[in-house]
Design a protein around this ligand. Sequence first.
Ligand code: ZN
Length: 618
Amino acid sequence: MKSNTVTFSAVTSAILLLTFSVVTNTYSCQYPGWQQKVNYDMDVTLNTSLHQYSGDMNVRYFNNSPDKLDKVFWYAFFNAFQPGSMMDVRSRNISDPDARVGDRILHLPEDEWGWIKDVELTMNGEPCTVTIEETIIVTELPASILPGGYADFKMTWNAQVPRQIRRSGWMNKEDIEYSMTQWYPKLCEYDHEGWHSHPYIGREFHGVWGDYDVSIHLPSGYVVAGTGQNTGTIEASVKSGDWHFTAENVIDFAWVADTDFITESVAVDNKLTMNFLHTPNDEYDKPWTELPRFAVEAMRFFNDFVGRYPYPQYTVAQGGDGGMEYPMMTLVRGNRSLPSLVGVTVHEMAHSWFQAVVATNEALYEWMDEGFTSWIESECMAVISPEEMTKPRAGGAHASAYYSYTQQALSGNEEALSTHADHYTTNRAYGVAAYSKGEVLMEQLGAVIGSEVRNEAVKVYFNEWSFKHPGPLDFKRVMEKASGIELDWYFDYFVNTTHTIDYRIHEVKTSRDVARVTLERVGVMPMPQDLKVTFKDGSTMEYHIPLVIMRGNRPLADNEVLSPDWPWTNPFYTMDIPTQGKRISKIELDANLLQADVNRTNNFIAFKGIGKTNFIRE
Ligand SMILES: [Zn+2]
């Protein structure tokens, strides 16, 4: 699995001093050029009075790995919704439980439990040995699947859909009848990091790329939307209760059904349609009528900012318990104000780029999923926001992420980003790490390699890693190649440790023509620095100070001066600023607020009036 080993290797710096540099090359294996593939051909019949369904599927599994497989694993997510399950126990023991779960699983009556059972499975016609270990179906194969080979599985099973608790189930709080997510036996991913069969305790999904052909039978009158394309007309399917969807090259398949759904479809262009489904309600009909305009704008923004959305449709459906992303669709709670509805939709849509298409293992590298998604969401919201949301956000589009992360870091309860998503000791530590620190990691790269270089590299990353499972090392390499800067230290500190950034102005000594400024690294994490000097006449000077370990520097603005590299082992850095007899009014570090400096009060000095312009910080 994943290892967070940090090794120290000595390098001799160009200035003939022995420097120690943090080098990490073990926090993720790099993508090896192969990945598994699986095709599902599924037929399910839902009994809407018992909330049970029977399923039948043919699965062709291609073993593209160099390894012989004697076992495979499948998720049986619904088995989490029974008293005493790992998810139930986790929810009752964590200090800050998700209010949507709490002790609800413990108190489910038996007819509201979820389960998947009666699993019958053959491989190439031979029976498999099946052991259901709660949310994972462990399967011993009758013969090995050889490298480069494939196996044909045939599975039948029975399932009971749980009363909706976390994301999936029947009759959610807004009476949406079926939110069918994580609902079928889904093959776990085997990749260059091995099997990923972690039990389901409430979050994070990872999947094998493949094609889905899904037939759903339920009583007439239901409107169904799902991942992929509906091959019939909605009218005919509502009447017959027979629905058929196909989806190519996705990592999952979700669907939603209700008898009252109103559907609206909008063509974004001749290759892409967006669909919106909600149930009629006086309180939230209006925001749902206004949503499509913003969602289409967001789609265009992401196409331009990251890369072209590759699928033919995207559906926003009322359902689930908050907002959750699935390939080609999202389920969101419907009773919201317009800003909230647009905000959640934009976030979940953004996952189409970072989760559905660039499908990082979000259990292991949650920051590459939620963090990158939050980052492009904030970029998008700054552009498309409904009027009532356009009040300027102090500190820019990403200010709230910086605030949450720095507050968490200062609280002492931060856990490293490299923690497995399920294993943080609090939900808050997970949330701040994955969403806020992940967003900061991306925005803060602007201070290291330059914001424009970063933005262009994000497009390259999307382009190179679409329909793959990149890890941290793969992302780091894209950023390094785009910038020519070594970034091991940046990812190692920010992902694998909870060390923080705090730089300050230590001392200023002014003579007639020169100000001698001494900066100090107070926090453990090194960062390149940007110093801005403002003179009393309003003119400014800007200096960029790279780190030695970067072996390069970001592009400079026209008015910026490149200062000598800072060897990170030195706590202090002294520079002479020519003043040409002008008096200084202010000296400031990181004036663009790109760094997650945990103490900004020591980042600047203002010299008032005509008094002294010398300063020493005690
Ligand atoms: Zn998300």
